[in-house]
Design a protein around this ligand. Sequence first.
Ligand code: AMP
Length: 299
Amino acid sequence: MQQFHTVYGGAVVEVVRDLQRARQAVLTARAAGKRVGFVPTMGALHEGHLSLIRRARRECSFVVVSIFVNPTQFGPNEDLDRYPRPFQRDVQLCAREGVDLVFAPSPEAMYPAGYSTYVDVEGITERYEGACRPGHFRGVATVVTKLFHIIPADVAYFGQKDAQQLAVIRRMVADLNFPLEIVACDTVRDPDGLAVSSRNVYLDPQQRRSALGLSRALFEARRRFQAGERSREALGTLMRRIMEQSGIAVDYADVVDPESFEPVDPATEQALLIVAGRVGQTRLIDNLPLWTPPPEPTH
Ligand code: AMP
């Protein structure tokens, strides 16, 4: 099935659900000498996604966005069913941004009856998000492998917001010799510091204020680091305390190597601050590199 949408002053984006058709469209673009940029998403597009799409648009002559809420990366008690799916709005946003192709397969097309092959990246997937969400990275690595085969791009764009996912994908691409480049894009934040996320819609106004504890913890710990603090324990404790004071149930707060996700002690300028916690039923993650100070939000 193939559809065409004309929106935003005549901007047209092709929406393809069929796997073979999507692959063919990308191969045709490549045969015409185009550089293909790919932005995998689960939809509910926001400024974070749009920053990836805009970077792809600047650097590539054919831009593909996939919209697929991947069931294999959700745990049994997670939010697969209630995950937001504003599909028409997403397609309009893609048209407005000049995306060439939206690939939106059905779960049945991606995982037909009898499906039984999964990709496991060892080591890095066992810590932090991997420990909190068993099976999550197996689902991510599997769907990204499938997407990279269906959409044979030159370059794929991922957000630093999901830093461990980025590290898992970089490891997998290197280990399995995927012939494409991975580009990481900085985390987009709301003006008050909260990292933009599709899951922020779950937060009521009070929970949203609580959620600011994540970015506040990260920026405060980075200030402490810049003032000379190098102890992993001290930085972790500081972040944990700030999150708890905001009413967040902390899953972890630590200083890690951004490639291996091993703890780093003492902290160095190559390290990454990572936090995760729950506000009500909503689980949120965030991170801040110690290496390039982006502009600080005003809390
Ligand atoms: P998702 O739809 O949540 O799977 O995210 C799709 C892509 O957008 C992933 O590479 C995410 O890391 C990226 N992304 C999500 N939120 C942000 C953000 N606030 N800033 C930058 N990238 C983001």
